[in-house]
Write a protein that binds this ligand. Structure first.
Ligand SMILES: Nc1ncnc2c1ncn2[C@@H]1O[C@H](COP(=O)(O)OP(=O)(O)OP(=O)(O)O)[C@@H](O)[C@H]1O
Length: 471
């Protein structure tokens, strides 16, 4: 039997199965254009023409594709997703082939050009532009696994505003580069079209301007500005929480922009459905386009970021110091920058070369804060097994009885909540499970916590205990 023949029919069967497993629109969007380019008994390479699709498929569907392919092959073959390089324009026309995007394009095509002609250039535009930090560009953004998708989506949006992914909703903890990406999008849009009207605004500023406009009777001017930009980039959108009138105003701003095909890019510290006291109609709108998170950078990415930042500060540090910083300052990139700025200031004052000891002394308070804020997956596993009275080895083992599966899922959920470890390493710590299993566990626990008060109390108690231990 020729291996090519086996693999070709293998991909066909797998493909058919994916068609059965997923709703038609999901299949159409992610799988219909996958092409099988390498076919052997041990490997299946599937190619797509967009980097974004490749990342998305790899993050979300690789496990299931592999599982299906293996079940047909009867062997542990490996599936790879690769990109056939094309221009972003093609990425856009591809996503526009999906029905919803196509209708958006029609709207944009019908309304946008006229509006663009008629709209006066508002005076306020330059004010907003000056808030865009010149060094927050795509060139200065270090792409690691935790921000790969957000980065690829931002590039797609910058090159095809209103058409690629609208809205783009990026969430993640503080200091992980959400604002940087928004600014980079603004720079890129302006580079593509210097006349583009782009409003970058924090939610706080939007709220204050709105209140001011009401007080000063200038609501129509406020609306004229925000509803006539080509792209609206709103930072810290979670601050809309509880602000009913601002939510109402933002709802209409959103609709106006969306319906006329203008780009909306929102950044938040949490997913839309976790923003308390946010109207449902806004939550659902925020989920219409593409939602993606940014996770804390892994060690290698931290080293790369530190090297970039140090070189932009003209600061030369030994690898030993770089590795030390990447190891010890891992909570957020802003803190890493803070550490470097402090080192650079000190470096300017002394004549001799900086060594590790002086860096450690210089940053002692910051390093202390970092150390106490860390709780490890190992500590979590121990605490959870004690609490549910099961053995540690059972918690990370293969048994699937409910008395063990539940605590295991709780431990995964807490690991995800209290550490910034990537999904993969959390899965690894639980006997080599994949990232999909961790995501599934977190969802299960979240659902159970919602439905059952005693589960919630148990999990909250464990989180409290672990947080106490680390401080
Ligand atoms: N991947 C990265 N590559 C290079 N610089 C980064 C990266 N991520 C973050 N930074 C830098 O870290 C600093 C903090 O990032 P930024 O302000 O974008 O974070 P944020 O997620 O918006 O935080 P917040 O939620 O507090 O507003 C910035 O100076 C930014 O340039």
């Amino acid at each position: 039997m020729s291996s090519t023949q086996t693999a070709a029919s293998l991909w066909q069967s797998t493909n058919e199965e994916l068609k059965n497993l997923f709703p038609a629109d999901v299949y159409e969007m992610w799988f219909s254009e996958l092409v099988c380019t390498v076919e052997t008994d041990s490997k299946l390479v599937l190619t797509t023409n967009s980097e974004f699709n490749a990342i998305w498929i790899e993050n979300n569907f690789l496990d299931i594709i592999t599982q299906q392919a293996r079940s047909f092959a009867g062997s542990a073959l490996e599936v790879k997703i690769e990109v056939e390089k094309t221009k972003d324009a093609e990425v856009v026309s591809k996503s526009a082939s999906n029905d919803r995007d196509a209708s958006r394009l029609t709207d944009a095509g019908r309304q946008s050009p006229d509006l663009r002609h008629d709209r006066p250039v508002t005076q306020t535009a330059p004010t907003h532009r000056t808030l865009i930090n010149p060094s927050n560009t795509f060139d200065n953004y270090v792409v690691g696994s935790g921000c790969q998708l957000a980065h690829a989506a931002s590039i797609a949006v910058a090159n095809a505003p209103g058409r690629a992914y609208n809205p783009l909703f990026v969430f993640g903890e503080t200091g992980l580069g959400k604002t940087h990406l928004m600014h980079a999008v603004a720079h890129q849009m302006l580079a593509n079209n210097p006349k583009a009207r782009i409003a970058y605004v924090s939610t706080e500023k939007f709220t204050n301007e709105f209140i001011h406009a009401i007080r000063e009777n200038k609501l129509s001017k406020f609306r004229q500005y925000y509803r006539n930009v080509d792209a609206l980039l709103v930072d810290d959108i979670h601050f809309l929480s509880g602000k009913e009138s601002t939510q109402e105003e933002f709802f209409h701003t959103f609709n106006d922009l969306f319906e006329s095909g203008r780009q909306i890019f929102l950044a938040s510290d949490r997913p839309a459905n976790e923003i308390e006291r946010l109207e449902n109609r806004l939550i659902s709108r925020f989920q219409w386009g593409l939602v993606t998170d940014i996770q804390a950078p892994d060690f290698e990415t931290r080293v790369a970021i530190l090297k970039n930042k140090a070189s932009s500060m003209n600061l030369k540090l030994d690898d030993e110091i770089m590795n030390f910083l990447a190891e010890r300052v891992s909570r957020n990139v802003r803190r890493m920058e803070g550490a470097l700025t402090r080192i650079a200031g000190y470096d300017n004052l002394i004549d001799r070369k900086l060594d590790l000891n002086s860096v450690e002394r210089l940053l002692s308070d910051l390093l202390h804060e970092e150390a106490v804020s860390k709780v490890t997956v190992d500590q979590i596993q121990k605490k959870v097994s004690e609490y549910y009275k099961i053995r540690f080895s059972e918690l990370i083992g293969r048994r699937r009885t409910s008395a063990i599966v539940f605590p295991r899922q709780v431990a995964m959920y807490i690991s995800r909540t209290l550490t910034s470890d990537p999904l993969k390493s959390i899965g690894d710590a639980f006997g080599g499970r994949d990232h999909g299993t961790v995501i599934h566990a977190c969802k299960q626990v979240e659902n159970m916590m919602e439905q059952d008060g005693s589960v919630k109390r148990g999990v909250d108690y464990l989180i409290k205990q672990l947080s106490k231990e680390r401080s």
